[in-house]
Design a protein around this ligand. Sequence first.
Ligand SMILES: [Zn+2]
Length: 477
Amino acid sequence: MKSLNGYEVVIGLEIHVEVDTQTKLFCSCSREYGRDPNTQVCPVCLGYPGALPVLNEEVVIQGLKVARALRSRINEVSQFFRKNYFYPDLPKGYQITQYTFSLAEDGHLEYQFEGSQRRVRVERINIEEEAAKSFHTEDGYTLLDFNRSGIPLLEIVTRPDLRSPAEARTFLAKLRQLIRYLEVSPCDMEKGHLRADANLSVHRPGEPLGTKVEIKNLNSFKALEDALTYEAQRQIQVLEAGGKVVQETRLFDESTGQTVAMRTKEEEMDYRYFPEPDLLPLNVTAYLNRFELPELPWEKSARFVREYGLREDVAEVLTQERALADYFEEMVRDLKDIAQAANWLVNRVLADIKERSLEEFPIRPSQMAELLSLVESGRITLNLAKDVYERMLQEGRSARDIVESEGLEVVSTEEELQKFVAEAVEENPELVAKFRKGKEGVIGPLIGAVMKKTRGKADPKRVRELLLKALRGGSGA
Ligand SMILES: [Zn+2]
């Protein structure tokens, strides 16, 4: 939906990522998910007067990884601020966040979307604390769980560079992939590790930007795309009817697929930001040498094309997840036909892997390599390999075991058999010499040697005939 009724859609995202640390941002409480409510709390994250925050340095390092991967300008000195507002899930009456002197600014993320190269600017990256979680009961009460209070978040704010709901979804997926690669967060959206607020406005090309509306707390890819699609259409309808779009914050109701007004947007000054007096300015420079970036998804994908000669789309799929890319590389280490192995993984196995997650997937890369090497050596056909693969999944047996115990192998051709016979003759000069001196009984061990080479997939009678022919008729000895 590049343009609707001649309108252009302009979207910016504000993304919150829960950082995968042992403890919370300013206290030593665990941030483990799913424990009993209010069991992971202390005076700091309950906001008791006089309790002092102590910064979790791991969060700074994880934030810097993201900043560097997004090519941001890292501020040498950063500062925490208090954002003041009242809400039951915010016991201190303010949230410790960043305002001016963000951790990093002016980054970008590039990706392919609908056939063109896109670049979305990242305005700033902030470290901030999470609020507690509210539960609204059916009988009208609100319960609060402070386990979530003070969990570390990264706030990643884009410029309004996205041009459609589908592109916003793609961008979020790319960002999620990157953050998972960096091992900053598993970004499990069902656990609230990754959430987005979106700003959307519509305008006619050539005219000034329209009034933007913020949609809060979009916690799935589908919700993001659906909410933005609805909101764009709503704004266009308002304008087409001669009305004006009101600047406000809206919520997306997944059950109706609509956004509903929540409140008119606060101005920044309403929050009375001021520097957090209990925390020193953050000397970011001191952290810059304390981490290294892993190979990033787009670097890995480019390397797969270069090193393995894969098609770009195949490389893209195989590098979606770091674990999958590792699986592929381990699998092809000793294989010759890498394109075949890549296609096999993408077309045959990927769906099974995704269903269970790679950690639970029962077939290890070396086992998969064994299966494919049976194909490479011509001992089983690709078609048969598909059946063997299914049985490996179901029975947990190795490919070789299944193929050998069930006699699934391609029977050696006459030509191969000749080759094995010649090899056996060459490799056993002593036996051959004995045979030629009249000890014909040694034909037994020679037949055994050939049978071993064919892995039992030949007729011993025929082997005997070929051997006798080679030993008697041969002039080579
Ligand atoms: Zn605490």
